[in-house]
Design a protein around this ligand. Structure first.
Ligand code: G4P
Length: 529
């Protein structure tokens, strides 16, 4: 297979949802179809196994949430699928936002009874901002839920999407009979058995024919005909370009737990979902089929074993091929690095690979060279855009609770921040360190990991900050900037890249500051362009 074909066959995507909608179950069923795992339950039991051997995962197990983002790759038909798993828990949302910089499309899972939930809204708004193609899977059709049309309305209104159903349920809950597949024009009957043979699909070329009545009964057939007519009137026809541009979102119905509607979803997905897309850098747009390698780090995973402190940096390949032992340029450090054991990820294992293609994720062993957002190239000095830090929602001073371990604490904080666990701000006035997080849970994770991985102890102290605003002084008038710095000195800090940050205690303060010092521009993410 040549380079272009390798790119064209890749599908790199994320599955996002509010916790409990069925993301893990759907992921597992997709892996089953790909032959990547042999039995249902493998994904979850894998999680628990890890939990038994690593302290950090113990937290995950106790809390019942998935903390870490992982990559699951498998082949299905002629496609290479890369699923980037994302933690659903809101306290780890930033991890998910960063993963969304590395996907080419997403599948959103929605619970048919609960409808659109809070976390779904947040994550979808990030996808919309980035114009990521979105496909919607409405799950748990074996249960009583909302009416399919009402639910599609809700998806449109709350998520700001324009949907078009690609499949449609025949009944629901107790009366759930199956799915009419508008894409393939056939019916898949539900037997309520999760080991159901996936081959017995009934072809219905003409929904007006008697065959439909025989298969689902007269009443359900009449209802389905009315519904399909309504769909034709109300929803636009599927248009791939509109989907790829982020302007149209196909919807599927099914039950992940019963392995129902999942094959339909996957078969359609691999046809319509985008292969790796071009990505913007600070100097130019980089296309996947360019010969030279480029890629960026979107995730750093700590090695949980305190004896082996090396970490794994996850690199998304944007263009060219990544080859083992070939020298690459680490743009930020202006350093040449070679990697003798780059990892590729499969469902249940990782393995050393000689060559990876655009869309793939490689895991590089790292002893401290990488930070989130770092770019690798073959010499070109450019940086990929779109991996900003968002303002944290919680802020606390971090204090050293064991004076003998000051060095360990510093190193631990430094490395955890490189991993993107939280954000560190150093106050200009007195050099005190402030940790900002998206959720309160991260403080516990940090404390736990500092102790178990670095042998350091910390305590926290409240710091009443509402929002971090990045300050770009370049355009500011000199006097105005000096005045701003003098008046706000107690609230000025530097992030870990040395950028100036104003820690504001309320929206009111932000407004007042903006009107008083109009030339001092405040930004709510670290990337101001
Ligand atoms: P998440 O990753 O989005 O958080 O959700 P997950 O897949 O873990 O699913 C959450 C719960 O919903 C699980 O039940 C799962 O079995 C159930 N579920 C997933 N898909 C379906 C479906 O199509 N129909 C029905 N009825 N249930 C579904 P649980 O009781 O929390 O966990 P478990 O003990 O069953 O594993």
């Amino acid at each position: 297979m040549n380079f272009t074909q390798e790119i064209a066959r890749r599908r790199t995507f994320g599955i996002i949802s509010h916790p409990d909608a069925g993301k893990t179950t759907l992921t597992e069923k997709l892996l089953l179809f790909g032959g990547a795992i042999q039995e249902a339950g493998a994904v979850k039991s894998n999680k628990i196994k890890k939990g038994a051997t690593s302290d950090f995962m113990e937290i995950e197990r106790q809390r019942g949430i998935s903390v870490a983002t992982s990559v699951l790759a498998f082949n299905y038909k002629d496609k290479k699928i890369n699923i980037l798993d994302t933690p659903g828990h809101k306290d780890f949302a930033e991890d998910t936002y960063r993963t969304l910089t590395a996907v080419d499309s997403v599948i959103v899972v929605i619970d048919v009874a609960k409808g659109v939930e809070e976390q779904t809204e947040k994550l979808v708004s990030v996808c919309r901002m980035r114009k990521i193609p979105i496909l919607v899977f409405i799950n748990k059709l074996d249960r009583e839920g909302k009416d399919a049309f009402d639910l599609m309305d809700e998806v449109e209104k709350k998520l700001g999407l324009q949907v078009t159903p690609m499949s449609f349920p025949i009944g629901m809950g107790y009366d759930f009979q199956g799915i009419y597949n508008l894409w393939e024009k056939n019916i898949n009957l539900f037997s309520g058995d999760s080991r159901k043979n996936i081959e017995d699909v009934i072809e219905i070329k003409d929904i007006k024919s008697n065959e439909l009545d025989q298969v689902v009964g007269e009443k359900a057939a009449a209802k389905l005909r009315d519904e399909l007519e309504l769909i034709q009137e109300v929803y636009p026809e599927f248009d791939r370009d509109a989907y790829l541009e982020g302007n149209l979102q196909p919807v599927f119905f099914g039950s992940a737990l019963n392995n129902f509607g999942v094959r339909e979803l996957l078969d359609c997905f691999i046809e319509i979902a985008p292969s790796p897309r071009p990505k913007d850098s600070d100097t130019r747009l980089v296309k996947p089929d360019e010969e030279k390698l480029s890629g960026f780090v979107f995730k750093i995973h700590a090695n949980m074993d305190p004896k082996h402190r090396d970490r794994l940096a996850f690199v998304k390949i944007v263009s060219g091929t990544f080859e083992r032992n070939k020298p690459y340029t680490h743009v930020r450090l202006q350093k040449t690095l070679k990697f003798s054991s780059p990892n590729a990820f499969f469902a249940e294992r990782k393995e050393i690979v000689d060559i990876s293609y655009p869309g793939d994720i490689v895991g590089l062993h790292d002893t401290g060279n990488f930070k989130i957002g770092d770019t690798l190239t073959e010499g070109e000095m450019m940086n990929f855009k779109g991996i900003p830090s968002f303002s944290p929602e919680h802020f606390r001073y971090i204090n050293n609770a064991d004076p003998m371990k000051a060095k360990q604490l510093e190193k631990g904080i430094d490395q955890l921040m490189d991993e993107g666990v939280a954000q560190l701000f150093t106050l200009e006035m007195n050099n005190r360190k402030v940790i900002g997080t998206v959720g309160a849970l991260q403080y516990e994770v940090i404390q736990y990991r500092l102790e178990h991985e670095y042998g350091a102890k910390c305590s926290y102290e409240n710091f009443p900050v509402h929002k971090a605003c990045w300050v770009k002084p370049d355009d500011a008038k000199n006097e105005e900037f000096a005045e701003f710095k003098r008046i706000k000195q107690k609230f000025l800090a530097h992030d870990k890249y040395g950028q100036l940050v104003f820690l504001a205690d309320s929206d009111f303060t932000i407004q007042m500051t903006q009107s008083k010092y109009p030339s001092v521009k405040l930004f709510f993410t670290s990337e101001s362009e």
